[in-house]
Ligand binder design. Structure first.
Ligand code: ZN
Length: 237
């Protein structure tokens, strides 16, 4: 093909799939806090682990950078994002704008099947919280975020759902950095309160309940905590 034609390069679908799979694996590791904020992601290491070229690794890192979970620094490489207190506040500010609206929409659309899904989810959250060990804790953290995504899926607006995926993933980084209780920072009884308001078809109450819940999550954060930050961030190098 003559490049002068201005034709787009042919996309390699197999490569796209592999980049997506690596993005998914890294995304889960970041959200479940197996990878710490600020951790370096070495291209060659990721490439060897997944047996793919650096081009594919780069594509997956670009996806994560676009979602705000990875920061790519010129000449230094890629790192798991390390949200500043200001970014953290903006993330929760956005959640306070979006989630009450999602809760109101969900109230209007809730079906009996949705109620069953929520109830099964709350049971699973309770089971995971009762378990001990780091794996159970990771699973509990993931499940508490998924509650919010379930709410977004019931609200049935794909754009809002996509925003929520990003906000929940970034929230988990913020909680990893600034959370004080070390727990998921989602109090489970509040998840039940939100569901009660949905079942009662009380949109205003559902919106208030989720606002209250987000306030609580943020109250558990201490933006002054810097001890866990990597030295290079502390020293601004
Ligand atoms: Zn929650």
């Amino acid at each position: 093909m003559n490049p002068a034609d201005g034709a787009m390069p042919v996309r390699d679908e197999a490569q796209d799939d592999r980049a997506q799979a690596i993005r998914d694996a890294l995304h889960d590791a970041i959200v479940e806090r197996r990878l710490a904020p600020g951790a370096k992601l070495v291209e060659t290491e990721v490439g060897e682990l997944f047996e793919v070229s650096r081009t594919v690794v780069r594509a997956s890192l670009q996806m994560l950078a676009f979602e705000g979970l990875v920061k790519i620094e010129r000449n230094r490489g890629a790192f798991v994002a390390h949200p500043t207190p200001d970014e953290a506040r903006q993330i929760f500010e956005s959640r306070r704008v979006i989630e009450p609206e999602i809760a109101e929409r969900a109230t209007e659309r809730l079906t009996d099947a949705d109620i069953e899904r929520f109830q099964a989810h709350l049971k699973e959250e309770a089971r995971l919280l009762a378990e001990r060990g780091p794996n159970a804790r990771r699973a509990a953290i993931k499940a508490s975020g998924e509650y919010h995504l379930l709410l977004a899926s019931v609200a049935a607006n794909q754009i809002l759902e996509r925003f929520m995926r990003e906000l929940i993933a970034r929230s988990s980084l913020v909680i990893a950095l600034y959370g004080q209780s070390g727990a998921s920072s989602c109090a489970r009884p509040e998840h039940a309160d939100i569901l009660d308001a949905l079942i009662a078809r009380d949109g205003k109450k559902a919106a208030d309940a989720i606002r209250h819940h987000i306030d609580h999550i943020e109250e558990d954060l201490d933006y002054k905590v810097v001890a866990s930050a990597p030295l290079r961030h502390v020293l601004r190098l």
